[in-house]
Write a protein that binds this ligand. Structure first.
Ligand code: AP5
Ligand code: MG
Length: 261
């Protein structure tokens, strides 16, 4: 079934579509999250952005995460991620679905989400496949908005430190991210290489993994992603739509439970 682009946008506004985004640091999760927002109105949740905001505000979560994120470049404990992610999903913006930018990085995190939200909660998972050599180059040339987190590239966008963010109405300024230093980038790459294979394999077995070659230009990648999203919607339209799928996160104490028994 082929559907028109406008139909997809209307679908996303009225129904629920949930997509996970996985990939190495710098593989383009944030860039394509912005595309999904402008093209489909699909809201993005980035656990990295949420952590940076907690760190900036000096919350308890921020204090726990600060050293791990900014200095070690390692993954923060699963319980903490599951907590901040599930709290975000309850906000009105995300009622009709979302793009989860790096919200799952270990199989155990994903299994917690399945337990909490249902095994068919995610309609698809985009794997941004990129070689680590490209990652280093991209991240060393990246500047991010200090307000909305939008990523830019010195080479691609001709931006400089201190420039204004180009997102309409944002007003933030561009600066390097504290974890975009070579040593931290190496740690982030090795965390991904260590933790993602069994997670990706799980998604592949479930039949919801959409892989994209992230060496392509952002616009080409967006085009391919549009195809994934439109197909996912077309698949849903073949079944009766009774309104948004409801999800309830009632028992936060379950979040720390082991999910592999
Ligand atoms: P997070 O903020 O998510 O960082 P990350 O995963 O390292 O990914 P990045 O944001 O660096 O890259 P991106 O894929 O968004 O690429 P972007 O679009 O910006 O997480 C930070 C930290 O929080 C983690 O290290 C961890 O400590 C913790 N954390 C977060 N989630 C967690 C979880 N679930 N569990 C445990 N810990 C967690 O693009 C990069 C650059 O390339 C930009 O300059 C961009 O302009 C450019 N670019 C993008 N696409 C292209 C393209 N196609 N061609 C050329 N250039 C491109
Ligand atoms: Mg990002």
């Amino acid at each position: 079934m082929v559907i028109k682009s406008e139909e997809s946008q209307i679908y996303v506004k009225r129904n629920q579509l949930n997509i996970a985004g996985i990939g190495l640091p710098g593989s383009g999760k944030g860039t394509q999250g912005m595309h999904l927002k402008s093209k489909y109105g699909l809201h993005s949740i980035s656990t990295g952005e949420l952590l940076r905001s907690h760190i900036e505000q000096g919350t308890e979560i921020g204090k726990l995460a600060k050293h791990i994120v900014e200095v070690e470049g390692k993954l923060v404990p699963d319980e903490l991620i599951v907590k901040i992610y599930s709290e975000e999903l309850l906000k009105p913006n995300f009622r009709y679905g979302h793009f989860g930018d790096g919200t799952g990085r270990r199989l155990n995190q994903y299994l917690s989400y399945e337990k909490m939200l249902g095994e068919d909660f995610y309609d698809g998972a985009i794997y941004f496949n990129l070689h680590p050599d490209v990652v280093r180059e991209r991240l060393l040339g990246r500047l991010c908005c200090n307000e909305c987190g939008a990523p830019y590239n010195i080479k691609e966008h001709g931006v400089r430190v201190g420039d204004k963010c180009r997102v309409i109405g944002c007003g933030g300024t561009l600066q390097p991210r504290s974890d975009d230093k070579l040593e931290r980038i190496e740690n982030r790459i090795s965390e991904f290489e260590k933790n993602s294979p069994e997670y990706l394999e799980h998604l592949r077995r479930k039949g919801i993994l959409w892989e994209v070659d992230s060496t392509m230009k952002p616009a080409q990648i967006s085009h391919i992603i549009n195809g994934f999203v439109d197909n996912a919607i077309a698949k849903k339209l073949n079944t009766p739509i009774l309104g948004p799928k409801h999800f309830h996160i009632t028992d936060l104490s379950k979040l720390g439970e082991k999910t592999d028994e």
